[in-house]
Design a protein around this ligand. Structure first.
Ligand SMILES: [Zn+2]
Length: 186
């Protein structure tokens, strides 16, 4: 439960945040491109990105990867494929499929960087390993503590956000994101 509270800092963020909906002009790129699929991935170092990729294990969802030659792909392409699978798993669990879903995924080296960035953006000290920033349609996550289920939780916030088109009540957001977490590996 404690860990969940850590992960779910995004909830508090949403509390203090009234955001304006804006048109989505980005179109989903073809699967298999380095920055393709649902996510645009941002990471300052190749080492951090490799660590993140290593920690994001799909488990039984592995069979859903569209690409079968994973060892031949770049780290970015491997990740892009995994994120697509996770997004679709989240959408299936929630039964919400927002049109033209896109997300910016910022992979940071560790939780300290996540906390630092959160403090800079929202002027609050928190103890999160990941959070969702609705105004940017972005997830920030620590590579060294990342797990597929944590990413799924944050992506759930993004899916809910983009599905409803207006800010859903915070409680609904968090209950649904936790529901995704609980059902992700079943
Ligand atoms: Zn949350």
């Amino acid at each position: 439960m404690g860990k969940r509270i850590l992960i779910c800092g995004c909830m508090l963020l949403l509390l203090s945040y009234a955001f304006v909906r804006y048109c989505r002009t980005e179109q989903r790129q073809g699967s298999g491109k380095a920055q393709g699929g649902y996510a645009k991935i941002f990471c300052e170092s190749g080492e951090t990105l490799r660590l993140f990729n290593k920690r994001i294990k799909l488990g039984f969802l592995n069979s859903l990867l569209r690409t079968r030659t994973e060892k031949d792909l770049s780290v970015e392409s491997q990740l892009s494929g995994k994120i697509d699978v996770i997004v679709e798993r989240v959408e299936t669990i929630l039964e919400m499929r927002p049109r033209n879903f896109t997300i910016a995924l910022h992979v940071l080296p560790d939780a300290d960087k996540v906390k630092e960035l959160y403090r800079k953006k929202y002027f609050r000290n928190v103890d999160f390993v990941a959070f969702y920033a609705p105004s940017e349609k972005a997830v920030y996550i620590a590579a060294d503590e990342a797990k597929a289920v944590i990413l799924a939780h944050e992506l759930a916030h993004a899916v809910i956000d983009q599905y409803f088109g207006v800010a859903a009540p915070v409680k609904i957001h968090e209950i649904l994101a936790q529901y995704v977490e609980e059902n992700f590996e079943e």
